[in-house]
Design a protein around this ligand. Structure first.
Ligand SMILES: Nc1nc2c(ncn2[C@@H]2O[C@H](COP(=O)(O)OP(=O)(O)OP(=O)(O)O)[C@@H](O)[C@H]2O)c(=O)[nH]1
Ligand SMILES: [Mg+2]
Length: 364
């Protein structure tokens, strides 16, 4: 599967509007809170020039671009982690994502009530962040309770380590800090993985602005504040862009220039998300297809294999690898093989951007 990105935020912050723009769909939006109940899902293909070049060299029967899957969930309110609003139900919908977009409302519109009565982006951000942290904390506390008993009964090094890491995470969250900023050793990260903590995932803030000066001012303030904390925030004009979609393409350009927007259709979010999430692209090919995949920078070969199929990760033997640049210079896979340029890499190999990879694995 491709990369999954979950969209969270308060009700009426414009999540579904942004989702629709991203995936060019028409999921219902409304000016009342909790318009979205069941999650909306949609995919976007990531444009990729290298893929076309590879296709001309490898002649695969089919070419598949990397995709990003967006999941737009119900709005979250204070107390969500304790079951308020639609509560934990939506939190479970985003446990499985690879990254999170948090939409913050910067637009003022009396017809669209703000759940807290006023537009206050930094306050909204605090509420949402807190709920996400509380939900992770709850998962940790529940597990720790079990571990407390277990470790009393049995001596097991692994359980002891798990308890220690979870306690570390607990204290961190109790200080109001998301898990993604907690420095962890590789093995500790592995231990935490099955829990699918929400705040351990990379996150970007998306500011939903309107054309008013107030909105812009609030954005500048928030941007400064967030950047101080090492966070990223991307401005979008959701409503405006939605209206833009209605105008014929030939008139759109003039409109865009007038508003000084750099790009349409939230392309910017896709691009920035890709960049900020530290993703790289690798390629696989076989008899059936050539396909592009995204992967967090720094990932090892088995993890990349797991993108293609979980069995490939479990039964990973080795990866045959050549980088895009090198393959293009040589001109064909066969020639690269003859010249011994296809490298054999093991489970510790770190996949590089542009790698073309063939996985060898033992089926289970
Ligand atoms: N004025 C203005 N209205 C907007 C903007 N973005 C979204 N809206 C409107 O705000 C209302 C709520 O938008 P949605 O996209 O449904 O919000 P949501 O965050 O998905 O809300 P829930 O699903 O209820 O959590 C709709 O009426 C939108 O048309 C904006 O930038 N400016
Ligand atoms: Mg919605």
């Amino acid at each position: 599967m491709g990369l999954k990105v979950g969209i969270v935020g308060l009700p009426n912050s414009g999540k579904t509007t942004i989702f629709n723009l991203l995936v060019k769909s028409k999921a219902p939006v409304a000016s009342y809170p909790f318009c979205t109940i069941d999650p909306n899902m949609g995919i976007v293909e990531v444009p990729d020039g290298r893929l076309e070049v590879l296709a001309s060299l490898l002649h695969p029967p089919r070419v598949a671009k990397a995709v990003i899957e967006f999941i737009d969930v119900a709005g979250l309110v204070e107390g969500a982690s304790k079951g308020e609003g639609l509560g934990n139900q939506f939190l479970s919908n985003i446990r499985g994502v690879d990254a999170v977009i948090e939409v913050i409302r910067f637009f003022g519109d009396e017809k669209v009530p703000h759940v807290l009565g006023e537009v206050n982006p930094l306050q909204d951000k605090e509420i949402v962040d807190l709920e996400l942290m509380l939900s992770d904390l709850e998962v940790i506390e529940r597990r720790l309770e079990k571990l407390q008993n277990l470790t009393k009964k049995v001596k097991d090094e692994q359980l002891k380590l798990e308890k220690e890491v979870l306690e570390k995470g607990k204290h961190w969250l109790e200080e109001g800090k998301p898990l993604r900023f907690l420095k962890l050793k590789e093995e500790e990260r592995e231990i935490l993985k099955p829990y699918q903590f929400i705040t351990i995932k990379p996150l970007i803030y998306v500011a939903n602005l309107d054309e008013r000066e107030d909105s812009g001012k609030l954005f500048e303030e928030a941007k400064q504040e967030l950047e101080k904390e090492g966070e990223k925030i991307i401005p979008v004009f959701a409503k405006l862009e939605e209206e833009l979609e209605e105008i014929p393409p030939e008139e759109r350009q003039a409109f865009i220039r007038e508003f000084g927007i750099e790009d349409t259709g939230l392309n910017l979010v896709v691009r920035e998300a890709y960049h900020l999430l530290g993703l790289i692209t690798f390629y696989t090919f076989g008899d059936k297809e050539l396909r592009a995949w995204e992967l967090p920078r720094g990932s090892k070969a088995p993890q990349a294999a797991g993108k293609v199929h979980t069995d490939m990760e479990k039964g990973f033997i080795k990866a045959e690898v050549i980088n895009y640049e090198e393959l293009v210079a040589i001109g064909s896979w066969e020639k690269a093989r003859e010249e011994g340029k296809i490298r054999q890499e093991g489970k510790d190999y770190e996949i590089k951007d542009g790698d073309l990879v063939y996985f060898r694995f033992s089926p289970r």
